[in-house]
Design a binder for this molecule. Sequence first.
Ligand code: G3H
Length: 311
Amino acid sequence: QSHPEHLISKVRVNTQAVLKRAQHIQGQKIPKKQWQAAWLLKAVTCIDLTTLAGDDTPSNVHRLCMKAIQPIRYDLLKKIDMHSKGITTAAVCVYPSRVADAVTSLKAANSSLPVASVATGFPAGQTPLKTRLEEVRMAVADGATEIDIVINRTLALTGQWEAMYDEICSFREACGDAHMKTILAIGELGTFTNVYKASLVAMMAGSDFIKTSTGKEAVNATYSVAIVMVRAIRDYFLRTGHKVGFKPAGGIRTAQESLLWLTLIKEELGNDWLCPLLFRLGASSLLADIERQIYHHVTGQYAAYHELPMA
Ligand SMILES: O=C[C@H](O)COP(=O)(O)O
């Protein structure tokens, strides 16, 4: 692995170019009719269906898992001949203490859907390294096969990139075979340059994905920051040949937004990234709006909320 310091010391981000590109993405025309429905179903397969709330219980986690297995009503899929494609979300994403509940629910439904757990003192990461590491190990022991860790923003804001690299390497080891997504919490990193540097450090330390946000910061997934992160992913791929995944998360609520995210990925990283292995949408309420749009595409009307089972 190249030494983090010398690789990132020279980083400069062209802010104007990033903002212009993000503006252009948001102004893109989105597909209509069956093309839109197809892209929305693609988006569903990339969702990490998430619940990260203090009032989470085994029963709402169970409902989340059932929704992840059957995200769009069967009759709607049947009407567009998509009922036999095995459309599920990519994973479910929960707190460490809810992992066992999710594993139990999915096992009972004979589903192999992955359980992702946040860890390392999510969302702030302001706990001792020892307990952050133990949290990763316990989530994996409970059956999580994906771990969404948070970076130590204090190290980023004080330019201690080598220390951040070492910490993320230790989380990588604690994950074992579990996939590791590294949350940059971009709303707390200050500058685009810090976002780019944290992206590189996270990838050099072995992250399978880099993820924008916990969903708990004041500013979460934005298109301009995403441009910086996916450019870092592209630079890293060109330099090493290794593909790292991208996961925007936090505040992604509408079907239209999910189409813009797919456009951004397709244009910035290419078709290889348009799959759950390399692209995830971290979202708790996005699926409800996508299902409403699919309902409208199939029936011509908008469903009342009681007609679509919520997670
Ligand atoms: O990682 C997932 C995020 O916490 C989900 O955020 P959200 O509830 O704004 O969709």
